[in-house]
Design a protein around this ligand. Structure first.
Ligand SMILES: Cc1cc2nc3c(=O)[nH]c(=O)nc-3n(C[C@H](O)[C@H](O)[C@H](O)COP(=O)(O)OP(=O)(O)OC[C@H]3O[C@@H](n4cnc5c(N)ncnc54)[C@H](O)[C@@H]3O)c2cc1C
Length: 402
């Protein structure tokens, strides 16, 4: 116990989920020491993310109450061009902005500043290498030495390769086999500013390829590649990306940089609490497996984890309440999982045909009004009651069975 402090909460990982949970838990419990370990020397560097964040989903996390989001918004988009494997295509263009394209470095630093403003202690260059008996074992990467820290609660927010998940939740050891690798280049050129392009094809079986404009003159072009051995194509994401760019005749002037990172695409987990340890964000696979997007659900898991810890401290409620309170969001992630399995069950020609049919029955106008990139449940329910969808009734049944 630290003098003058009631307890110590350790957070592993200084991404958006870890920083937001640290901020909220310290704000709600000022007399508790909150220490966050980050293995890099700075927040927001390195980052590999397209930064496409649904505006409605972000509002639900409450983060917008605490930061001025426009400081980290590069672009706002109203819709998407969706390309099938062969010739199919449809476009969605809403009247209002649907998603931000964030500068993730600035965004993460904003949340860092929030955390610092309430007194969270951030310890850089410090990699947590093990967790045992209420203690984290931390390697100081600068000084080349190791230290042990006792904790009362531990939040694992250490991304897809989470050491907290691996050590405290061994039952999930196999999920990594499903993970996908994302490869992305940053380019300059001429781009349509208000829409993203999404390509469903063999280059990125299991996800899609994307062009996300940061402005009219720069964009992020990326691909998600399954590393599982049953993948039909070559598994080199970089090669796949350039082949995809060539085949689809995507034009840009200059490549300025690139990045690559894991996306924790898996069946959603069902338990996120072990004794006094909680996992959130990518560490808990809070990622929409249809898109690889994890920022909004990661922030939501951070918010709910901070509440669960506060309720445990103040009202002696069980920490397992986190599992219960997060359930509604896990159901939504399960629906994303179902949609992905359904898409994966289709051959290229079946997928092309489906995208064409969706276009023919006017999916665009329905998506423009009702679509939500984070929470598909409401939208899907509406489809079942939409007369235009009678012609796709058999597909809807197949989807339900998938
Ligand atoms: C190519 C690509 C594109 C993406 N595009 C989007 C997008 O457009 N929209 C979207 O919503 N999401 C996107 N994502 C996903 C998004 O980046 C993640 O979901 C999000 O960053 C998860 O936040 P987090 O805080 O859980 O984890 P992270 O951001 O991964 O942060 C984890 C932190 O923990 C640190 N860490 C890891 N291990 C340790 C350790 N042992 N000790 C100490 N520190 C440790 C890391 O250095 C890191 O800072 C994309 C991902 C990729 C790879």
């Amino acid at each position: 116990m630290i003098e003058g402090m009631d307890r110590r909460i350790v957070v592993v990982g200084g991404g958006p989920a870890g920083l937001y949970s640290a901020y909220l838990v310290k704000k709600k419990n000022p007399n508790i020491l909150v220490t966050l370990f980050e293995e890099h020397s700075e927040i927001g560097i390195p980052i590999c993310c397209s930064g496409l964040i649904g505006i409605d989903g972000l509002k639900k996390t409450d983060l917008l109450k605490y930061i001025i989001i426009n400081d980290c918004v590069d672009n706002k988009v109203k819709g998407a061009n969706i390309y099938g494997p062969y010739k199919s295509y449809f476009k969605v263009l809403s009247k209002v902005d649907k998603a931000y394209v964030l500068d993730r470095g600035k965004f993460d630093k904003k949340i860092r500043d929030l955390a610092l403003s309430v007194g969270v202690e951030i310890v850089y260059d410090s990699r947590v290498v093990d967790v045992k008996e209420n203690t984290v074992f931390v390697d100081d990467l600068k000084k080349n030495c190791s230290t042990e820290y006792k904790f009362d609660f531990l939040i694992g927010a250490d991304g897809p390769n989470s050491i907290v998940r691996k050590t405290c939740f061994p039952e999930y050891k196999d999920i990594e086999k499903e993970f996908i690798i994302g490869y992305q280049i940053y380019v300059e050129g001429e781009f349509t500013k208000n829409k993203v392009d999404l390509y469903f094809n063999d280059f990125s079986r299991g996800l899609f390829s994307w062009v996300v404009p940061e402005s009219g003159s720069s964009a992020k072009i990326g691909i998600g590649v399954s590393l599982s051995s049953d993948s039909k194509r070559k598994n080199n994401p970089k090669e796949q990306l350039y082949e995809f760019i060539k085949k689809n005749n995507i034009i840009y002037d200059k490549e300025t940089s690139f990045c690559s990172a894991l996306l924790p695409i898996s069946k959603p987990l069902s338990n996120f609490v072990k004794d006094n340890v909680i996992i959130i964000g990518d560490a808990g696979c809070f990622v929409k497996v249809t898109t690889g997007g994890g920022v909004n659900f990661g922030l939501m898991s951070a918010k709910i984890a901070a509440n669960a810890i506060t309720n445990r401290i103040k009202d002696f409620k069980k920490l397992e309440s986190y599992n219960k309170d997060i359930k509604r969001y896990v159901s939504e992630l399960n629906l994303h999982y179902k949609i992905r399995r359904y898409i994966l069950s289709k051959s290229n020609s079946e997928l092309d045909e489906l995208i064409q049919k969706l276009n023919d029955i006017g999916i665009s106008s329905i998506l423009e009004k009702e679509g939500d990139i984070d929470y598909p449940s409401l939208f899907i329910r509406k489809l079942f009651f939409n007369r235009k969808f009678f012609s796709l009734f058999r597909e809807l049944i197949k989807f339900l069975k998938s």
